[in-house]
Design a protein around this ligand. Structure first.
Ligand SMILES: *Cc1c(COP(=O)(O)O)cnc(C)c1O
Length: 373
């Protein structure tokens, strides 16, 4: 394969451990989110070793992959179940996040048919305008779901920052806490889980005077890349060098920095600015065998002395002061979007380095290429 994603699970395990400790002092547990690595069972193991209380993933396929990989820990489905997948959700997931009563009703009858009990987290809309019941609708929805057989409403939750970039803060987190209190008062129930959000909640967690009723966060990106997503800042004490996307040069030539001819639109959003290219002054241009189908080129950090100036479906164009020879490899640090898309691309080889405790018994090499599914 022309490109390779290298992932260091030992460093990721360290990140998970550090975040579990950071949250524990605030009385908050961590649920490890596995979706950016497609539910890789080894990632699940390293998160569980680090002390997460459970796992979560947006896709039922990934949850089934973890079950087939021998993971028995509690797993939550993050995305609302698709009607055609309800039976699989009941079988493979312990809990699912929900914001539609009709879906919870379907879960209820499927759980009854399967002689199982399924946990439900009711998601609340706090302003980012992705999933969630409007706060004013929560008590009514809870009252209805509460008496359905086969399901248990184990808690409430919210998700911010992913669609509109709305930051978690004391105002929206207090709204969620107050709703948890209101449910306790009205229905006399003890909510096991009040899950405040994702990696974007870490800045709030570290600065707030009171976490209120929030007792869990669902973390993916911060564990995998050691960064908080709101500003892309490194989190102190965590590894940021957990992954590299490695691509091979298939053309290397001195070329003009500016294109010529009449300009029309391009199929993918342009990346890199005109200014950054002309600043360089000289034009060693290399084409790497990786593109939009394999990763998100806008979220790759090139090595020093190399600039990304363009990308198409299968090509990444870089310029540099010194020539990068044909056949040479260039290593990039992926941001979350670049990492997740590379992980999901069938064209990218995955090379995952395991923590010593997770290395396959008898294997001398700690690194092992994974089969694409
Ligand atoms: C993806 C996702 C998460 C994890 O988000 P990160 O930013 O990777 O920490 C948490 N909750 C929900 C509902 C998600 O979809």
């Amino acid at each position: 394969m022309s490109a390779r994603l290298e992932v260091d699970l030992e460093r990721i395990g360290h990140n998970a451990r550090a975040l579990v400790a950071l949250a524990r002092v605030r009385g908050v547990s961590i649920t490890g989110v596995t979706k950016a690595m497609l539910g890789l069972p080894e990632l699940a193991h390293s998160m569980l070793d680090a002390g997460v209380v459970g796992l979560a993933d947006a896709r039922i396929e990934n949850i089934e992959r973890m079950r087939e990989g021998g993971i028995r820990a509690p797993i939550t489905l993050l995305r609302s179940p698709v009607p055609s997948e309800i039976d699989r959700v009941i079988t493979a997931a312990d809990v699912s996040c929900n914001s539609e009563i009709a879906t919870v009703e379907r879960l209820s009858s499927a759980a009854v048919d399967a002689h199982r009990r399924h946990g439900v987290v009711l998601m609340v809309e706090l302003g980012d305008l992705r999933e969630g019941l409007l706060p004013g609708d929560l008590l009514g929805a809870f009252g209805h779901c509460h008496q359905l057989p086969g399901v248990e409403v184990v808690g409430i939750g919210a998700n911010l920052a992913c669609r509109s970039g709305i930051a978690p803060d004391d105002t929206n987190m207090t709204t969620l806490s107050d709703l948890a209190d209101a449910l306790t008062r009205r229905f006399g129930v003890h909510l096991r889980v009040v899950t405040g959000g994702n990696s974007a909640n870490l800045t709030w967690l570290q600065s707030t005077n009171s976490v209120g009723r929030i007792n869990d966060l669902r973390l993916g990106e911060s564990i995998l890349l050691g960064c908080e997503p709101l500003r892309g800042l490194a989190i102190a004490g965590l590894h940021q060098d957990t992954a590299a996307l490695v691509a091979t040069v298939v053309e290397s030539k001195r070329k003009p920095l500016q294109p010529w001819g009449e300009r029309a639109r391009v199929p993918f959003a342009p990346i890199g600015s005109e200014r950054s290219t002309s600043e360089l002054g000289c034009g060693w241009q290399a084409i790497l065998a990786v593109g939009h189908l394999d990763t998100d080129p806008a979220h790759l950090t090139p090595p020093v002395g190399v600039r990304i100036v363009g990308a198409s479906s299968d090509h990444l164009v870089v310029v540099s002061r010194c020539q990068i020879q044909l056949g040479h490899e260039v290593r990039f640090r992926p941001g979350y979007a670049a990492f997740a898309r590379a992980m999901a691309s069938p064209y990218v080889e995955k090379l995952v380095t395991y923590a010593p405790s997770l290395a396959c018994t008898g294997a001398n090499s700690p690194a092992e290429p994974l089969q694409n599914r």
